[in-house]
Design a protein around this ligand. Structure first.
Ligand SMILES: [Fe+2]
Ligand SMILES: [Fe+2]
Length: 259
């Protein structure tokens, strides 16, 4: 294993603006990381992903794409989730739902296992994430590095998972709220942790969608079509540096506006 392994994790990529940010910023950031993992659950028009956006994220340099509650929004991605090993959906979904919840990628002789989990509070999941993760860990046992994307609404579930996995995995990163938290740190057992990485999308909107539409819905209680915003796109990510197997030495936050 090399002395240092760097893993870049990119928060939920939202719509066209999010993909544009990646086209502009990822080539340079890719140079700083051995592995890139991106949450792509909002890549297609702000909700879900299709094979087209998934292929684009992989082409831009993502080694693995993780997902979340919007996984199955677009029917055309269902068979893709079965065929493409580099895209995963929460492990604790039903076994009957398409796709897998863990994957292993390799670069220069180093293996990275990635686990995707869904929170159980205010989100649909088949098993509690803190129980299901035991089985998921067995699927990536022996990997040099392990990263867990915990896609969850409430902070307590993510904090608890971080503590539960401290010393067992390289990193536990939270996604789904689209708002980056300021609590990134390496826990005492050597696991890098952040409650939410944030999103890669338009900060001028409401968690990535046009703010006029969100405000109108909240003011009228009437349904309306949501479209992703293009205003003020940012990249939200974390860079985790590891100096040993399944152990983080450092985690830093990368919050950058598109040029
Ligand atoms: Fe999201
Ligand atoms: Fe989500």
């Amino acid at each position: 294993m090399p002395a240092i392994t760097a893993i870049l994790f990119i928060g939920d990529v939202v719509g066209r603006a999010g993909r544009r940010v990646l086209r502009e910023l990822l080539p340079e950031l890719r140079e700083t990381a051995d592995f890139v993992v991106a949450n792509g659950e909002n890549a297609a028009g702000g909700i879900g992903i299709t094979p087209k956006e998934a292929d684009e994220l992989l082409r831009l340099g993502a080694d693995v794409i993780t997902l979340g509650n919007h996984t199955y929004r677009h029917r055309e991605v269902w068979p893709y989730l079965e065929d493409e090993k580099r895209i995963i959906r929460p492990y604790n979904f039903l076994r009957t739902q398409p796709g897998r919840g863990t994957t292993i990628v390799e670069r220069d002789g180093v293996t990275l296992g990635v686990i995707n989990l869904s929170g159980a509070v205010h989100l649909q999941s088949a098993a509690p994430p803190l129980v299901a993760v035991d089985e998921a860990l067995r699927e990536v046992a022996g990997c040099d590095q392990i990263l867990v994307d915990m896609h969850a609404e409430v902070t307590s579930e993510k904090v608890a998972l971080g503590w539960y996995l401290d010393g067992k995995v390289t990193a536990v990163v939270g996604t789904h709220t689209h708002v980056p938290t300021a609590d990134y740190r390496v826990l005492p057992g050597g696991t890098a942790y952040i409650t939410d990485v944030g999103m890669t999308g338009a900060r001028g909107g409401v968690i990535g969608m046009k703010r006029e539409q969100s405000i109108a819905v909240m003011r009228t209680h009437m349904p309306m079509r949501y479209e992703p915003s293009d205003e003020d796109p940012w990249l939200n990510a974390v860079l985790i540096r590891s100096d040993g197997p399944r152990r983080a030495a450092e985690i830093s936050q990368i919050l950058r506006s598109a040029p």
